[in-house]
Design a protein around this ligand. Structure first.
Ligand code: ZN
Length: 331
């Protein structure tokens, strides 16, 4: 693609040169000069990335890069928690939907999204009510039941997504540290014009900073003609998720009439546990004093799935590596 653009510009410039206008000719000359510099730089860049100096820098920091990439992989797996948690769904049976309408059916959007899990097609009134009372309508229309099991699953989700967000910041800081450490050995031109390429050539994997992995629920209405459409969208980011768990827990305590029956995995509880454990992994003893960008996670000593509770004596701080091997063993 890039080559095609350069070739087309060259061809245009060639014809412009034939016309021989003073101004255009100057432009053409500038372009040729730019092109020569660009090609020379690319040759220099290729030479540098194949040079023994660069290869020895790369080999020296290989372990650090490997660690970063492993953490990156771990964060990606944390992000997919929502898909791996099987939320309780009633078996409502199976039926086939057939569209036999003869008229010009305009509601293509409706047809396309019919299979979407988290989309509720409803009336316009419901769309606006869901906007006013999101949690209430989320439970009602997406069949989310306020019970222990649901709360526990949302808690696991919140715990993992919080670790993912935290991990992203720590990973970036660690990567920045590694790059800053080797920067004095990297030529100025490469630092300035090939920063991204430098990171790729060193072996860093792409870090996805988008937050599109938060679960989304949507209430939507599309008019029969397809000309009017409204939607209320709820994104369960960490803050909203924490409030939603609180909402579910309130429903539950109200039902059982026993308040304060359970603790919730809130941000402040997670921080409290980390402080209590001196920001040190309870299994391998690594702490943020040893590794300033260490990702620490909160683990249920007896897992929720085995009857463990979210309470301080059942919670401990683990580094991401120990937590990952612990969950692998449980599976
Ligand atoms: Zn550990």
């Amino acid at each position: 693609m890039k080559n095609k653009i350069i070739i087309s510009i060259l061809v245009i410039c060639f014809f412009l040169n034939l016309i021989n206008f003073g101004f255009l000719k100057t432009c053409f000359n500038f372009f040729i000069l730019f092109l020569i510099l660009f090609v020379l730089y690319k040759i220099y860049e290729t030479w540098f990335f194949n040079s023994s100096t660069f290869i020895s820098i790369k080999n020296r920091i290989q372990n650090h890069i490997h660690n970063c990439n492993e953490l990156n992989k771990h964060i990606e797996s944390l992000k997919s928690t929502y898909d791996s948690l099987e939320f309780e769904k009633e078996n409502l049976g199976h039926a086939d939907f057939v569209d036999t309408s003869n008229y010009n059916y305009k509601r293509q959007a409706n047809k396309e999204k019919r299979k979407g899990n988290n989309i509720c097609e409803c009336s316009r009134a419901i769309v606006s009510k869901a906007n006013q009372q999101p949690f209430r309508y989320l439970c009602k229309y997406f069949n989310i039941k306020a019970n222990e099991n649901t709360i526990q699953k949302f808690e696991i989700l919140l715990n993992n997504l919080s670790a993912a967000e935290n991990g992203k910041d720590l990973l970036l800081a660690e990567k920045e540290d590694i790059l800053n450490h080797i920067l004095p050995e990297i030529p100025f031109l490469i630092q300035t014009f090939s920063k991204e390429k430098l990171s790729n050539k060193l072996g860093f994997k792409f870090i996805d900073l988008s937050d599109s992995y938060f679960p989304q629920y949507s209430f939507q209405y599309i008019s029969p003609g397809g000309n009017a459409s409204y939607s209320t969208n709820i994104t369960l980011n960490n803050e909203i998720l924490e409030n939603f768990i609180q909402y579910l827990a309130n429903q539950l305590t109200f039902k059982n009439s026993v308040k304060g029956q359970r603790q919730l995995m809130t941000k402040s509880l997670r921080e409290r546990i980390k402080i209590r454990d001196h920001h040190t992994c309870k299994l391998c003893n690594v702490s943020i004093k040893d590794e300033p960008h260490l990702l620490l996670e909160i683990d249920h000593i007896l897992p929720l799935s085995k009857g463990g509770m979210t309470q301080e004596d059942n919670l401990q701080t683990l580094c991401w590596k120990c937590n990952r091997s612990k969950s692998n063993k449980l599976i």
